[in-house]
Ligand binder design. Structure first.
Ligand SMILES: O=P(O)(O)OC[C@H]1O[C@@H](O)[C@@H](O)[C@@H](O)[C@@H]1O
Length: 364
């Protein structure tokens, strides 16, 4: 424990940009959101937020994915700050239960379709990876673009006719169109929100800029050995070292009509509180999962957020203003990613321009 680092638990902490390599191309809309130019689609299509976990890629830097914070003591990993006093930063409940943040947040922008994939549920994660966390995730679509005339879509869930044997055959034959035809294809627009539980097959189509709040692991089982852009995916990234047979067991072979799929996974946001100065909406909450939460604050004035003894992250999607915290004033603006530790009992956000602030919560 480093006592000197405890002081940072009492101020809002802005993280440095934190782009991560993936197998798919994209990222121009992350540049646009960050107001950096030129806006470039490339191999770093994700921004990882409040990350205390590293990314799994081949021949990539060992600490890729870890969030860094600029402080008076220099640039420090968020993980190091938290470890200086886990209870102070994360809150007692989380400190006792996991000892880590328990959540990972990403901004993801796809120029090409991602590979068809699945993530572990908690049971698979425990038995196969000896991990407390699987990778249940959620998508909140923020912006879209049409790429090569293709409407933005996502794929999820097995259609009614799909069997385990058919899925295996498509994998063995690398029949990508066959795999895509097994899944429901859903056109998306900004504001759409989906839960993607561990075990559910899915793929994000091209042209989706979304926020993903998820369990904090990077376990992805991919069934495509070549990406749409022609990149070869090595065995390690196909099955994470557990072999193809075990990889195929990660899927839940449940079948859905399109209506059943939408009913199970598409979320309707609900207004929690509103006034002439703000609207607070919940997207993902206890009704959907206890792994994480996401709310959205639309601010045109002042609103105070009381702490509830756990940390959260405020991601500024648009707008600018000030935050008043422990009698000091700090600025916020579009593109900021702010860690607010459990030690902060309240923060007052005052907008200078109408602002959209995404509030991401840990497990509850
Ligand atoms: O398989 P690649 O292209 O690396 O993409 C992996 C990405 O897939 C998405 O569906 C999400 O699960 C992201 O959290 C993940 O980073």
């Amino acid at each position: 424990m480093n006592k000197d680092l405890e002081k940072y638990a009492h101020i809002p902490l802005k993280q440095l940009n934190n782009r991560v390599w993936r197998t798919y191309e994209g990222g121009a809309l992350i540049d646009r959101w960050k107001k950096t130019s030129p806006e470039i689609d490339g191999a770093m299509p994700e921004e990882w937020i409040m990350s205390t976990v590293t990314a799994r890629g081949n021949n990539r830097p060992e600490d890729e994915g870890l969030s860094l914070i600029e402080t008076e003591d220099g640039t420090l990993a968020l993980k190091e700050l938290i470890n200086s006093n886990v209870e102070l930063y994360l809150g007692k409940a989380l400190a006792d239960k996991f000892g880590t943040t328990g959540v990972l947040i990403k901004m993801l922008d796809s120029k090409e379709r991602l590979t068809v994939q699945v993530h572990p549920d908690k049971e698979y994660a425990k038995t196969v990876f000896n991990s407390e966390f699987g990778k249940t995730e959620s998508w909140y679509v923020l912006n879209t673009r049409e790429i090569d005339g293709e409407k933005p879509v996502v794929y999820m869930g097995f259609k009614k006719h799909v069997t385990r044997a058919e899925w295996r055959l498509h994998f063995e034959n690398q029949n990508i169109q066959g795999m895509l035809d097994c899944l429901h294809k859903i056109e998306v627009k900004p504001g759409d929100a989906f839960m993607i539980y561990g075990g559910v097959p899915h793929a994000i189509g091209s042209g989706c800029f979304l926020m993903e709040v998820q369990e904090p692991t990077d376990y992805t089982m991919r069934v495509e050995k070549t990406t749409p852009n022609g990149l070869t995916i090595g065995p390690e990234l196909i099955h994470q070292g557990v072999g193809e047979e075990k990889m195929l067991e990660c899927f839940h072979y449940d079948n859905y009509t399109l209506d059943e799929a939408l009913e199970a996974w598409k979320i309707t946001p609900e207004v929690l509180e509103s006034s002439s100065e703000f609207t607070l909406r919940t997207l993902f909450n206890k009704k959907h999962t206890n792994c994480f939460g996401l709310s959205e604050l639309l601010l045109d004035g002042t609103h105070t957020i009381k702490g509830n003894s756990c940390f959260y992250a405020a991601v500024i999607y648009s707008g600018e203003g000030t935050m008043i915290c422990n009698n000091k004033e700090y600025t916020f603006s579009q593109g900021d990613e702010i860690f607010i530790s459990a030690a902060i009992s309240e923060i007052t956000f005052v907008s200078k321009e109408p602002s959209k602030i995404l509030l991401c919560y840990p497990p509850n």
